[in-house]
Design a protein around this ligand. Structure first.
Ligand SMILES: Nc1nc2c(c(=O)[nH]1)N[C@H]1C(S)=C(S)[C@@H](COP(=O)(O)O)O[C@H]1N2
Ligand SMILES: [Mo]
Length: 445
């Protein structure tokens, strides 16, 4: 099955489906999937992996300790379909299942407000199993906090003003698969992005309630997810933003997505939401926020993670750590979300096409489309954003001169005058920030 073959396990086994992987050598597959060698007859020794598998299956694997190594859970094995993620649209493309990474095919991103089931999932570790919102707590600490405090979710709701914003989340690696030479990591197409409505409190209100010292530089998150290796002392990811971005009124601590609980895989019951910046700054399963007196040095802040060469480099170059800079806001980008690539359209009438455009902390100034490979461009209608850091809808009526194959290209320019490159932007070792023009195929008949 095509879908099955699309489903990939780990970064090392990007090209292989779960059943193919297990068919080859079940014990070796366990090693790849769970990151440690299993006893050939029992799964003893990697119970953390079982917890993760249970989370995917939607419940604990009760007799997991007896489960033979190399056995694919029947819930996955008995269906010829790729498995789906609880609460997620079955059309999502699963890039990796441990940790779980799934993107939204671009044509499923057509809604103005991304529905919960269509928001991509990017996990670096193993999510908490059955987190309890009643007993959940959030602690604010760090070198630069005046008074460290801990809040329950009920206290956050009672104490601070509730706000809602539509905020664009885009993984820094969105579009990575187009880079050449290829960059390691999840081979995202263009669907690691979404713009749902978030409800919660302002991060600034909570930070101000504790008080920040004048030397505060960075605001970092710590989540309840655990490291893929099972090591209890290792965090899968702990990132953050400079204090100024954290204090912006739209930066949030959220408990709801589109007026409902946040889906487990998107950070239930509490997460940070930082619009317009790499989504890796929006900590899921949020338990602790540290106000730091220096640039945060948590997991995936250093080395090549979420950093790009400070100066452009030739494709394939080796770049020293000291020449890498942390990604701040995401670059200007746009998508065609209707129609789906490959549509057959009748020549006799114009085609109504549409999509979204967004640009980090800037707004979109204009959107143009082309059906002649960039020879000429027509300006599209552009809606204003509902709030800062939300994407903007663009719409266009396209007429075709004759029957045949076309590509529709879209290109946005932001209010700082930056526009999208038509081909790939600056190569970087980890394949971040690909904002090349999105293109779809249209057959006119
Ligand atoms: N605790 C925690 N927060 C996290 C992550 C994670 O693995 N653990 N992944 C980050 C990354 S890299 C991205 S792109 C976004 C993805 O958010 P989503 O899964 O809700 O789409 O969450 C970020 N926050
Ligand atoms: Mo990400």
């Amino acid at each position: 099955m095509k879908k099955q073959a699309d489903k990939k396990i780990t970064e090392e086994t990007q090209q292989i489906g779960i059943r193919e992987l297990y068919a080859e050598d079940a014990v070796a597959a366990d090693l790849k999937v769970f990151g440690r060698r299993s006893d050939p007859f029992t799964r003893r020794g990697f119970l953390s992996g079982l917890g993760a598998m249970g989370a995917l299956l939607g419940g604990e694997i009760v007799f997991g300790r007896y489960m033979p190594a190399g056995l694919i859970p029947a819930a996955f094995a008995e269906t010829t379909e790729a498995f789906t993620i609880p609460g997620k649209h079955p059309g999502l493309t699963i890039l990796n299942d441990r940790p779980l990474n799934a993107e939204t095919p671009v044509h499923l991103l057509d809604d103005a407000i991304t529905p919960a089931d269509k928001l991509f999932v990017r996990n670096n570790g193993i999510p908490p199993v059955n987190p309890d919102p009643q007993s959940w707590s959030l602690t604010i600490d760090g070198e630069s906090v005046l008074k460290s405090k801990t809040y329950s979710i009920a206290e956050l709701k009672a104490k601070f003003e509730t706000v809602s914003y539509q905020l664009t989340l885009e993984c820094g690696g969105n579009g990575r698969s187009e880079f050449n030479p290829p960059a390691k990591g999840n081979q995202w197409g263009n669907g690691a992005v979404g713009c749902p409505k978030w409800t919660g409190v302002r991060l600034a209100d909570v930070l101000n309630d504790c008080g920040t010292k004048s030397d505060a530089v960075y605001v970092a998150y710590h989540g309840a997810d655990t490291h893929i290796s099972g090591a209890p002392d290792k965090e899968p990811i702990s990132r953050g933003v400079p204090i100024a971005k954290a204090l912006q009124q739209e930066s949030m601590i959220a408990w709801a997505l589109n007026d409902e609980d946040i889906p487990l895989m998107n950070g239930y019951p509490l997460r940070m939401v930082i619009g317009g910046w790499p989504a890796s700054t929006s900590g899921k399963w949020l338990e602790r926020i540290s106000i730091r007196n220096k640039v945060h040095d948590g997991a995936k802040m250093l080395g090549h993670a979420y950093r790009v060469p400070c100066e452009p480099v030739a494709p394939g170059s080796t770049v020293l750590d000291e020449d890498m800079c942390i990604i701040h806001q995401m670059p200007v980008k746009s998508l065609v979300t209707y129609p789906k690539s490959g549509l057959s359209h009748k020549l006799d009438k114009p085609l109504a096409v549409r999509g979204h455009a967004w640009a980090g902390d800037a707004a979109i100034d204009s959107v143009y489309t082309s059906i002649d490979f960039g020879q000429s461009w027509q300006q599209a209608k552009l809606n204003t954003a509902v709030n800062h850091n939300a994407w903007q809808r663009w719409l266009q009526q396209v007429s075709f001169p004759k029957k045949g194959y076309y590509e529709l290209w879209v290109r946005a320019t932001d209010t700082n005058g930056h526009s999208q490159p038509m081909v790939l932007p600056g190569w970087n070792p980890k394949g971040y920030l690909n904002n090349a023009c999105h293109r779809i195929a249209i057959k006119v008949v």
